[in-house]
Design a protein around this ligand. Sequence first.
Ligand code: TMP
Ligand code: MG
Length: 216
Amino acid sequence: MARPRGTLIVFEGLDRSGKSTQCERLVSHLRQEGHDAQHMRFPNRTTPIGQMINNYLSGLAQTEDHVIHLLFSANRWESAAEIERLISEGTTVVIDRYYYSGMAYTAAKGNPDMDLNWCRHPEVGLPRPDLCLFLDVSTEVAMSRGGYGAERYEKREMQDRVRELFRDMRDHHDERSDIVLVDANRSIEDVAAEINDLVGLTMQQVAKSGQPLRKV
Ligand code: TMP
Ligand code: MG
């Protein structure tokens, strides 16, 4: 019998919500359980497009709003075939930020021509996650975890707008059926335990249903 496909898991949330910590813990947990698991993150700053994004985020470059949106999307497209390959080989892929961030952060700029619907278009056709874990943290808890750094977008006003747009996405958009809210105001261990359960259930469903990897 052919090996079942891997599962595509995404972590989303505001800056300082604990995504990177929880991604690492989940990958270790899955490997301990005997699964193949691979960690990825977006933006992937190692490619030429990723370097342009890094220059923009660090303030070294000014980039027009549509252009940077399309670069973030292109940065996902340059990894799309690899994600599909890993999943088809039976590896579970755990991604730190994906197109949900792409939509919310650009739409949060408030340009009326770039609402969530517009922002979604370049993402259509990307591998679609089986589960998007949204780590929900209050601004107070996020700030108490060391606050925000010096990168563009790491400002309270912007974070508040992004939070609202993530909420819109969870309530009204195509994304809503994939997103599960996780209360990330708790300890690392408590959050990790809930995540392990949610991911375990999704992996069982994927294996049982035989449903192929979908597309955005
Ligand atoms: P990071 O802190 O996870 O490396 O992400 C860098 C910033 O880029 C973060 O503020 C969120 C933002 N971002 C976008 O604006 N669009 C995107 O598509 C992604 C993946 C991140
Ligand atoms: Mg950051």
